[in-house]
Design a protein around this ligand. Structure first.
Ligand code: ADE
Length: 231
């Protein structure tokens, strides 16, 4: 997979993609991530990318020309999925991450300022929001998308099962995990996990996942039950 990130703040993005699993995934050739400062695509002498809104009002608006120039340069064949990060987009989810992970090429635009010139939207395939809150810019949101995508690419996680077993892949929250010590400040690891009986452990984990989801995320639990019934 190839990912191009368009941002005015490459220094916000670089440290995130050059650490840990995202870094290793690039080293191992599973993904190529390139970061572009789209100010480079501004042609006026101040290299401006924003301007005052027509009709007045507070804040600045991101101009359409530098964005479209960047898209045309990076995606000449028009074969990338173009994603616009915005709180007005469709809500992001694990299901959406799985769909996006099937693309060979993705371009992500991180916005800034009060908003985008509305005409920018015409040049994108999908608008994504990572939640109902407003960030100072799209960079952190784009990192959420990139991180969740890359870990789904085949070979990125050592343990293939761990991407599948995680929360949400089945529509349930994950069961509780424990490691050493067996007892910490009087809190003991559940006996079943020490029993060596893998069948019993699996049943316990499923029950835990179900009860935890029901308690913490009744919305997910209802959806899970409905899906089970439909099957
Ligand atoms: N840019 C600012 N806030 C955002 C959000 N919640 N999701 C995506 N992009 C954003």
């Amino acid at each position: 997979m190839k990912i191009d990130i368009l941002t005015l703040f490459p220094d916000m993005v670089e440290p995130v993609i050059n650490q840990s699993i995202l870094h290793r995934a690039q080293e191992d050739g599973h993904v190529e991530i390139r970061v572009h400062d789209y100010r480079e695509y501004s042609t006026d002498k101040h290299r401006s990318v924003d301007d005052y809104p027509y009709g007045g009002g507070a804040g600045m608006v991101l101009r359409v020309e530098p964005v479209v120039r960047a898209l045309r340069d990076l995606d000449r064949k028009r074969n990338a999925l173009r994603i616009l990060m915005t709180p007005q987009g469709i809500p992001y989810s694990q299901a959406r991450a799985k769909t996006l992970a099937k693309n060979d090429r993705i371009i992500i635009l991180c916005g800034h300022y009060e908003g985008y010139d509305e005409r920018i939207r015409d040049y994108f395939d999908v608008e994504i929001s990572i939640g109902d809150y407003i960030l100072t810019g799209g960079e952190i949101a784009a990192m959420v998308v990139v991180d969740s995508l890359v870990r789904l690419l085949p070979g990125v996680l050592n343990n293939e099962a761990s991407a599948e077993e995680d929360s949400f892949s089945e529509g349930l929250l994950e069961y509780p995990h424990y490691t050493r010590p067996r007892v910490f400040e009087g809190k003991a690891v559940p006996d079943v996990l020490l029993s060596g009986d893998h069948g019993k452990i699996e049943v316990w984990r499923k029950e835990q996942a179900l009860s935890r989801t029901k308690k913490r995320r009744p919305d997910l639990y209802e959806r899970y039950l409905k899906r089970r019934k439909d099957k």
